[in-house]
Design a protein around this ligand. Structure first.
Ligand code: ATP
Length: 477
């Protein structure tokens, strides 16, 4: 873990964003809970995504499918047979690793030593062996490059085995016929199996999209990097159904549209990049990741995939139900092709938090001090404004409460009258509140308040009647 990541983890816990799950029992690996400000921030990320998909696009509607699905779904989707990670155990440390991660780390080491050609060759060999499912070959590759366990330092490895990432459980009471069901490893299949339901009932015409936000579960072998890789997480996915042959046009369209979304939320262009997949998943004919520069390097935050008719065609085959659409414009029946955009809400959260976390030195000479704040886009900030009466007497608290009541239907607010105003500002900086509204004696005379801006710390005097519009403007995208 890098220092910055460690700082973020500590900040997230200290200020009510994220805690380890069931922490009093020492937590559960790769599972996390969101606290008071974390849930607001995450909800705001989801809201901005949802609205940008469903409200701004007349031809995209939402659904909310169940986590449990008929087990055959996962046979049709290829997850029962193909959703595997190659794992290997070190016999001395008893630690389990993803074989591909170990090899990638070695390649990075070569790269850092200036041995780029060697790094490239290693990765190419790995991709070739994994594609051919030659697990013996993968082990030999690990041995020939003398890759050791980071904990024990030895190269005493077990065989490489495939490990399915789906969690399973049983449905029905034990005495009845118990059936294995899976916790969905992606939300997409809930959309595919409902494709015709939605198309007919919402009267959609190709091209159209279906958007969904929901939990997904993966039994990740190695959980690392905080909420970057979790076992229970949330996905925000949109499957866009198009005419066969038009998928590349839409793939390019969504690639650009999604990058614009990231930029609109305040993520700087230099911290984002596209990464084309050389090795395509079994269902795709084109795939690109949007990568963000996390504290541990450029890593995927979102995937845009051209999934062809893979999923619908397989569901048609397994269910024996036609998954075709009749296109009245060209008088043709076909199984639509699909372009999807898929982003993890938690991974997006980590991106937003990493990007917002700011430490700076302010003031001059003796006044110089360190300041930490979250430079969140106001649309994402958990609390939009905090209301502070300067003192706890002379009617100032009552006035503050009046302002609170006036604004609370539009914005998530905090009212705070304890401690010095400076301490109250600091506390809001740490959770990323863009505006602090101070009620003072002048307020009692002329109904004006000071607004203190988080990023510049500048203060301005405004009339109470202007607050709603001012905050409202800032929190829209
Ligand atoms: P990775 O290569 O990092 O495992 P992936 O390519 O398997 O990711 P997809 O199956 O394309 O990921 O899932 C789409 C998105 O879901 C990812 O871009 C990521 O934001 C999110 N995601 C996937 N797995 C996890 C996880 N274990 N924890 C948190 N988010 C995840």
């Amino acid at each position: 873990e890098t220092n910055l990541l460690r700082t973020l983890i500590a900040h997230a816990k200290e200020y009510g964003f994220i805690y380890p799950s069931s922490e009093i029992y020492d937590g559960l690996q790769a599972v996390y809970d969101y606290g008071a400000y974390g849930v607001e921030l995450k909800n705001n990320i989801k809201k901005v995504w949802w609205e940008s998909m469903t409200r701004l696009n007349e031809n995209i509607v939402g659904i909310d499918a169940a986590i449990f699905m008929h087990p055959t779904t996962w046979k049709a989707s290829g997850h029962v047979d193909g959703f595997n990670d190659p794992m290997i155990d070190n016999k001395d440390s008893k630690k389990r690793y993803r074989a591909d991660n170990l090899i990638e780390d070695k390649a990075t080491e070569y790269e850092n030593n200036g041995e780029s050609a060697k790094a490239e060759q290693l990765l190419a060999d790995m991709n070739r062996l994994l594609t051919a499912e030659d697990l013996k070959g993968v082990k030999e590759l690990i041995e020939s490059h003398k890759i050791v366990c980071p904990i024990s330092g030895t190269a005493n490895w077990t065989e490489v085995r495939q490990f399915n990432l789906m969690f399973s459980t049983k449905i029905g009471s034990v005495s009845e016929e118990a059936d294995v069901v899976y916790l969905r490893p992606e939300t997409a299949q809930g959309i595919f199996v409902n494709f015709l339901n939605v198309q007919k009932t919402a009267r959609m015409k190709v091209p159209f999209g279906i958007a969904q936000i929901g939990k997904a579960f993966r039994n990740e072998i190695v959980a690392r990097q905080f909420i970057f890789r979790m076992r229970e997480f949330e996905q925000m996915e949109m499957q866009f159904f198009v005419r066969p042959g038009e998928e590349m046009k839409w793939y390019e369209y969504w690639k650009e549209a999604r990058m614009k979304w990231h930029l609109a939320l305040g993520t700087p262009a230099e911290k984002l990049k596209f990464h084309n997949h050389d090795k395509l998943a079994h269902y795709a004919n084109a795939a690109v990741d949007i990568e963000y520069q996390f504290p541990f390097g450029f890593k995927e935050v979102e995937g845009i995939h051209s999934r062809t008719d893979f999923d619908l065609k397989n569901h048609q085959e397994f269910s024996k139900k036609k998954q075709q659409y009749f296109d009245t414009e060209i008088n043709q029946n076909y199984i639509p092709y699909v372009v999807e955009t898929s982003i993890g809400a938690d991974r997006a959260f980590l991106m937003v938090l990493s990007n917002a976390y700011t430490e700076e030195t302010v003031g001059e000479g003796d006044e110089k001090k360190e300041r930490t704040y979250l430079k969140l886009h106001p649309a994402l900030a958990p609390i939009k404004a905090a209301i502070f009466p300067l003192v706890k007497k002379d009617g100032l608290p009552e006035k503050g409460r009046q302002i609170f009541d006036m604004l609370k239907y539009d914005f998530n607010l905090i009212y705070e009258e304890q401690q010095s105003i400076g301490k109250r500002y600091t506390r809001q900086d740490l959770i990323g509140t863009p505006f602090c509204i101070a009620v003072d004696y002048e307020t009692m005379e002329n109904d004006t308040v000071t607004i203190r801006h988080r990023d510049t710390m500048a203060q301005e005097r405004v009339h109470i009647s202007e607050l709603k519009e001012k905050i409202g403007e800032a929190v829209s995208i």
